[in-house]
Design a protein around this ligand. Structure first.
Ligand code: 6V0
Length: 315
């Protein structure tokens, strides 16, 4: 069994999301080796060469196209392989197609790599995270999805724009499904410790309910809007992948809303969805059950029910 190389990452699926993630990971300097795997070997080779040609402007690193054997010692395996969301198609529509793909990919990864972390990005990410945990047989702390890390970034960005402040000073989470039933956890949102509604008033915004609904809807529809205009979304998710890998490899113990299998918090069990969690070198190192209003708790349960129904049909 290959022992892990702490400075190695594998990216499975080299389409828009996989190649943008590979580029973001190269720029991050976190890894010294990266293997790109795709059923379309030419695509993986082309991306590996293209990204490698930027190395004289970055940090030394080996980037190549390979096979699952080459991922045996990767500390993190990022899985983006799957069909993309077509205009008008919901993420949940993709489920059957992508579970089929996972049934061929995940056992191959697990055959060679026994100790690494599986970071699932393909959609529907919550369902595929659950499927990957079951198909790999890995302990649950080592299999998680990018979940609502991207949605949360969109939420912070939009709140930053709304309030005309640096989005990094906004502390707020999107939780639940990465998709149509996701929830903006407005009741715990704050700007540098100041409750969001108080901060809104400081900036001249008084219609909290209206602002909240507008921003939450905008977050939820972001992907649809971008896909409508340019066919796919990939830069935002690539930067989310980079951020999650950073938390893992640098053992940051950062609190990120990744998707992982839940065990009873808020009455939600045996389904993967996003809640803030501590992310470090051991993967998911603990849940952070933030305070939610009764309405948010109900919405979270409804999100879990939606996912459970899909899972029952598809897996
Ligand atoms: P794409 O550009 O079609 O790329 C998919 C890649 O997967 C292609 O290069 C395929 O050749 C490859 N592939 C397909 N089957 C296999 C297989 N069996 N083994 C290896 N490789 C395979 O899609 P795109 O990159 O745009 O999207 C990939 C996935 O990411 C989709 O499921 C998207 O819905 C999802 N996204 C997830 C996001 C998130 O926030 N989690 C955000 C954006 C997209």
């Amino acid at each position: 069994m290959a022992s892990l190389n702490e400075r190695k990452v594998a990216v499975v699926g080299c389409g828009f999301v996989g190649s943008a993630s590979a580029f973001a990971l190269m720029e991050s300097g976190l890894f010294s080796e990266m293997v790109l795997i795709d059923v379309n070997k030419d695509k993986a080779e082309g991306e590996a060469l293209d990204i490698s040609h930027g190395l004289p402007f970055a940090k030394p690193m080996s980037i190549y196209a390979g096979d699952y054997k080459d991922a045996a010692d990767a500390a993190v395996v990022v899985v983006t392989a799957g069909a993309g969301q077509k205009p008008g198609e919901t993420r949940l529509d993709l489920v059957k197609k992508n579970i089929g793909i996972f049934k061929s990919i995940i056992p191959e990864i697990a055959k060679y790599n026994k100790e690494g972390i599986l970071l699932i990005v393909a959609n529907p990410v919550d369902i595929l995270t659950y499927a990957a945990a079951k198909l790999s047989g890995f302990p649950e702390n080592r299999v998680f999805g990018s979940g609502t890390v991207l949605d949360t970034a969109r939420f912070k960005y939009l709140l930053g724009e709304h309030l005309d402040i640096d989005s990094r000073s906004v502390h707020a989470f999107i939780i639940g499904e990465h998709g149509d039933s996701e929830i903006a956890a407005w009741s715990s949102a704050n700007v540098s410790g100041i409750p969001i509604n108080d901060f809104c008033e400081m900036r001249g915004h008084f219609e909290h309910e209206k602002s909240m609904n507008k921003i939450a809807e905008n977050v939820k529809n972001s992907a649809y809007g971008i896909i409508e205009k340019k066919g796919a979304t990939y830069y935002g998710i690539a930067m989310s992948v980079r951020r999650i890998c950073e938390a893992i490899i640098r053992d940051e113990k950062s609190i990120l809303p990744i998707s992982s299998i839940q065990h009873g918090d808020f009455g939600i069990d045996d389904i993967a969805l996003s809640m803030p969690a501590i992310v470090g070198r051991n993967g998911v190192e603990g849940a952070v059950p933030i305070k939610l209003s009764d309405q948010e708790k109900e919405a979270l349960k409804a999100s879990a029910t939606t996912l459970k129904e899909v899972l029952k049909e598809a897996f």
